[in-house]
Design a binder for this molecule. Structure first.
Ligand code: PLP
Length: 463
């Protein structure tokens, strides 16, 4: 590509942002916020054309690399052919994408269902709440996890654990009952993974032992709760990976109580965690899957859900139950269709597990040298490094913030060249570097990432 003109009016842009932009629709994690100009593959470039190796890829929306040629070409083709059409009419890409996703789910879990589109993860979570309430006679109570994140519209915040997102706005829907996630490094029950016997699921099961625990009417055999919203691997919560057997046991309880399992794959879907859907790693079938982000590689805010036929058939969930002017828009569905086709053609599972294992090994090697890395873990290419005090356990948010700021300075040196790193912070104590590199990252780029992280840890621990 042509070398872009250096773009040196960052100061003016920041002044205009301060004056004209609402600050309510974003959070700047670094001060001043970085302005980027172009991107390609695993790299994003600032106004001085400095390269930053991106290890978070727009919170896992750009799984297939920035400016992915095949997916960009699908957007361009659609742009030149049928870029606009009202959703009351049909276009082939919408139908073919719905079919491709529904058939994929059917092959994986042997369940028939339908696909429903909207314009973002939160909006699709809202739609899933309607499907659940409708299929369970208007019941509005949900279980969700501590540390879970499902978006920031009013309904989605009611099932997202952070009160911070609700504090100013009051309640619009019923707030979920939040259940401890199996966060074994910081077990909420003080147990050890090796011999806990999945004590946390037993604690959830206990809620149904007596009517006095507030969720179950044993006389009628009905629960007051309609669904349990889960992320198979918590995203914003810090890429927390549950232990084997957890979800199987949980699903058994839910099935027995006729409580639906809603699988939020918005961040972990599309091979982030080594499988098309992250929940496939845990041997349980969802009733509803919500997806977004990487469906279009971040090119278009198309998102959606799949639900079992019994929950979403048109007799039960009739036309117009939800609607947005831009839902199932032609450019988004064309890119989504190309994404799903691309995923059918190559063995992403083997590739993502192999790359993830390589990165995890590298992170473990760093952990052996830097005491502030309390925990590292990963599944597929969803990886975490928990930054702690020298005891390896006390969360160190200040150090984590410092690491992100230092990484963004763009002055880490490897092989005589300088780079920045784009990192993201998650976790219950905001002390987890959540790593979501492009699934297309090359071997050289993975080695560069580990070297840059080494330089970064060296810098923040020595000075
Ligand atoms: C697991 C999960 N659910 C829901 C959402 C909300 O999606 P969106 O930001 O597209 O509204 C996110 C976004 O980060 C997410 O990670």
């Amino acid at each position: 590509m042509d070398n872009p003109q250096p773009f040196n009016d960052d100061q003016q842009l920041l002044a205009d942002e301060a004056k004209y932009c609402s600050f309510g629709d974003t959070v700047h994690y670094s001060e001043p916020p970085k302005i980027f100009e172009r991107c390609e593959g695993s790299f994003i470039y600032d106004s001085e054309n400095k390269p930053y190796l991106d290890l978070q890829m727009w919170y896992s929306a750009v799984n297939f690399g920035y400016a992915n040629k095949r997916l960009n070409a699908a957007a361009t083709r659609q742009m030149n052919r049928l870029p606009q059409v009202a959703s009351q009419y049909l276009h082939r890409e919408k139908i073919e994408l719905a079919k491709a996703i529904a058939q994929r789910v059917e092959r994986t879990w042997g369940e028939k269902g339908r696909v429903h589109f909207n314009v973002g993860g939160s909006q699709s979570v809202e739609d899933s709440l309607k499907i659940v309430r409708n299929a369970r006679n208007g019941k509005s109570l949900m279980f969700a996890f501590e540390g879970g994140y499902h978006g920031r519209t009013l309904g989605a915040t009611s099932i997202t654990s952070s009160y911070r997102y609700r504090r100013r706005y009051g309640h619009f829907g019923d707030r979920a009952q939040f259940v401890p996630f199996p966060y074994c490094f910081r077990c909420p029950y003080g147990k050890k993974r090796e011999d806990c016997g999945l004590y946390c699921v037993d604690q959830f099961a206990r809620l149904f032992d007596s009517e006095y625990y507030g969720v179950w009417d044993p006389k009628m055999g009905v629960s007051e709760f309609a669904a349990f919203y889960v992320e198979a691997i918590q995203g914003t919560g810090g890429y927390v990976i549950p232990p084997p057997g957890y979800f199987e046991k949980l699903k058994g309880i839910l099935e027995a109580r006729k409580i639906l399992l809603v699988d939020d794959e918005i961040q972990m879907g599309f091979y982030r965690a080594g499988k098309f859907w992250a929940l496939e790693n845990f041997n349980v079938k969802p009733d509803i899957i919500v997806f977004g982000k990487a469906l279009t590689n971040g090119l278009n805010p198309l998102a959606g859900l799949w639900a079992r036929e019994e929950l979403i058939n048109p007799e039960l969930f009739p036309p117009g139950s939800t609607h947005s002017t831009f839902s199932s828009n032609p450019i988004g569905t064309a890119v989504g269709l190309e994404t799903v086709r691309m995923l059918e053609e190559e063995d992403y599972e083997t590739m993502t597990f192999a790359k993830g294992a390589y990165l995890l090994k590298g992170l473990k090697e760093l952990q052996s040298r830097y005491k502030i890395i309390g925990d590292v873990d990963g599944m597929g290419m969803a990886l975490r490094a928990e930054i702690c005090a020298e005891d390896g356990f006390t969360p160190d948010k200040a150090m984590t913030d410092r690491m992100v700021d230092e990484a963004l300075k763009g002055d880490l040196e490897v092989g005589g060249k300088t780079y920045g790193l784009v990192l993201d912070i998650g976790g219950y104590y905001k002390n987890v570097i959540t790593l979501a590199p492009a699934l297309t990252i090359s071997q050289e780029e993975m080695d560069l990432a580990l070297k840059l992280l080494d330089r970064l840890f060296h810098r923040v621990t020595r000075h």
